[in-house]
Design a binder for this molecule. Structure first.
Ligand code: FES
Ligand code: FES
Length: 237
């Protein structure tokens, strides 16, 4: 029994070895396939990589060319030397012809009083006086101011004292966030220079181009009227 069993077992053993050999062959075939597949994939990736490098090369070249072109263009920007009087101080400044007056004042002369709200001539936050007239400095080229007199909100003080109008703004809480205040002050200053005793309606009409996002219009009008000494004059309060 034991022998037969051994013989039987021996037969089973032969079958198992054949199975093992077949299994080994299949394993070798799989490895071969994998190796081939891997080589093929590497070849593909290598080729793709080369293609990508080739495809990327013109793009990188274009970017480099664009940067060089931009630098050259900045260097080639037309410039003009202008003479302006700013808050009583004579200035001779070289400006790029594309600069706005606001860029000249804030970025070149360091006068940060005039603000940029909309940057497109709608809000009045950037208002300064050019030869006594209120203008939107965001929408005025610096070269246009050549030979002219500019007053910014920094120029309203005298010997360290705020102007009567500035004091009235403080007394009547006209500034809330304060962002519109420099523009409001400059427009109101121009109004009081040409019309020292305006009515309520005249103040409102003059300030129509100066928006206040805090909507503090009544206090602003009251401040201007107080500075003019015409508080209580006609029109809606
Ligand atoms: S920032 Fe100039 S009008 Fe608004
Ligand atoms: S006080 Fe805030 S925008 Fe006029």
């Amino acid at each position: 029994m034991g022998k037969r069993e051994n013989g039987d077992n021996s037969g089973i053993g032969d079958t198992s070895r054949e199975d093992e050999r077949e299994s080994d062959l299949r394993e070798d075939e799989r490895e071969s396939d994998l190796l081939e597949s891997d080589l093929t994939r590497r070849g593909f990736l290598g080729g793709t990589g080369a293609a990508l490098v080739v495809a990327g090369a013109p793009t990188l070249g274009t970017a480099e060319i664009s940067t060089a072109t931009a630098v050259a263009q900045v260097a080639d920007v037309p410039r003009t030397t202008i003479r302006v009087t700013v808050n009583g101080s004579r200035e001779r400044v070289e400006v790029e012809d594309r600069w706005t007056l606001n860029e000249l004042l804030r970025d070149s002369l360091g006068l940060m009083g005039s603000k940029i709200g909309c940057n497109r001539g709608e809000c009045g936050a950037c208002t300064v006086l050019v030869d006594g007239e209120p203008v939107y400095s965001c929408s005025t080229l610096a070269v246009w101011a050549d030979g002219q007199e500019i007053v910014t909100v920094e120029g309203l003080e005298r010997d360290g004292d705020v102007s009567v109008l500035q004091q009235a703004f403080m007394d009547h809480n006209a500034p809330q966030c304060g962002f519109c205040t420099p523009g409001q002050l400059m427009t109101a200053t121009a109004l009081l220079d040409r019309n020292p005793r305006p009515t309520n309606m005249e103040v409102r009409e003059a300030l129509v181009g100066n928006l206040c996002r805090c909507s503090n219009y009544n206090a602003i009008v009251e401040a201007v009227l107080a500075a003019a000494g015409t508080s209580g004059s006609g029109g809606a309060a």
